[in-house]
Design a binder for this molecule. Structure first.
Ligand code: HEM
Length: 182
C-alpha cells in the first residue's frame, strides 16, 4: 500500500485528535516499518489495519466506522492531489463508473506497485449504479466512505446500500440510488 494512504490517515487523526494520539498509534501498533512513512514508499497494508485497530481501541469506535470516515476524508485528498481526474467527470456516477477503466488505470501507470481493488460496475437505471468491490485488502468500508465523499463532492444525494457482503470486507456489492430532486 502506498505511503500516502498512511500519511493521509495519520493527518486525519492529527486534525481530529491531535498529534499525541498519532504518536501513541505509531508507538503501540508494532509496525514493522517503524511508521516512518514516505508518500511514495510502499508498505504492508497489514500496518494500516494495525493502525485502524489501535485507533478503534483508543476512541472506542468500530473499525468499520473509522475506515468509512477515512474514505470520506481520502476523497478530499484525491481532490487536492488528482483534481485532473476528478474534474473530467461532471457527476458522481460518471466519476464512480470510470474508476476501474480509467482512474485506477492511470494510478497504475503512476505507481506500478499500487495495490488496487477490482470493481465491476453496472448502471441498471439512470438513477442507479451498482459497484461490486473485490479486494484482498478487505477495505469495503473504506470504499463505502470514498463513494460518500464522491457524492458529497458533486453535491448529490443518494442512498448507498451494501449487499452480499463477505464478513471480512473483501467482497461487497454497493447499490447507489440517487434521490430525486424535489
Ligand atoms: C481521483 C480519484 C481517485 C484516485 C486518484 C485513486 C487512487 C488510488 C490510489 C493511489 C490507491 C492506493 C493504492 C495503494 O495503496 O497501493 C487507491 C486505493 C483504493 N481506491 Fe482509489 N482512487 C480514486 C478514487 C476512488 C474512488 C471514488 C473509489 C470508490 C470506491 C476508490 C476505491 C479505492 C479503494 C477501495 C482502495 C483501497 C485498496 C483496496 O481496496 O484494495 N478509489 N486509489
Amino acid at each position: 500500500m502506498k505511503g500516502f494512504v498512511f500519511t493521509e490517515f495519520l493527518e486525519m487523526v492529527e486534525e481530529a485528535h491531535g498529534y499525541e494520539l498519532v504518536d501513541k498509534l505509531l508507538l503501540e501498533s508494532h509496525l514493522p516499518s517503524g511508521g516512518n512513512y514516505t508518500s511514495v514508499g510502499t508498505y504492508d497494508h497489514a500496518e494500516m489495519i494495525a493502525l485502524v485497530n489501535k485507533l478503534s481501541e483508543h476512541l472506542n469506535l468500530p473499525t468499520g466506522q473509522l475506515l468509512r470516515t477515512y474514505g470520506r476524508y481520502m476523497f478530499g485528498s484525491f481532490k487536492r492531489d488528482y483534481g485532473l481526474f476528478i474534474d473530467k467527470a461532471d457527476s458522481a456516477f460518471s466519476l464512480l463508473s470510470s474508476i476501474q477503466q480509467y482512474i485506477h488505470v492511470e494510478v497504475r501507470k503512476l505507481y506500478p506497485d499500487a495495490e488496487l481493488p477490482h470493481f465491476t460496475i453496472t448502471q441498471p437505471a439512470p438513477d442507479r449504479l451498482v459497484m461490486h468491490y473485490e479486494s484482498e485488502r478487505k477495505l469495503a468500508d473504506f470504499a463505502h466512505g470514498l463513494i460518500e465523499g464522491c457524492l458529497a463532492h458533486f453535491g448529490e444525494e443518494a442512498v448507498v446500500t451494501e449487499s452480499r457482503r463477505a464478513a471480512d470486507g473483501s467482497d461487497v456489492i454497493f447499490e447507489i440510488t440517487k434521490k430525486r430532486n424535489e
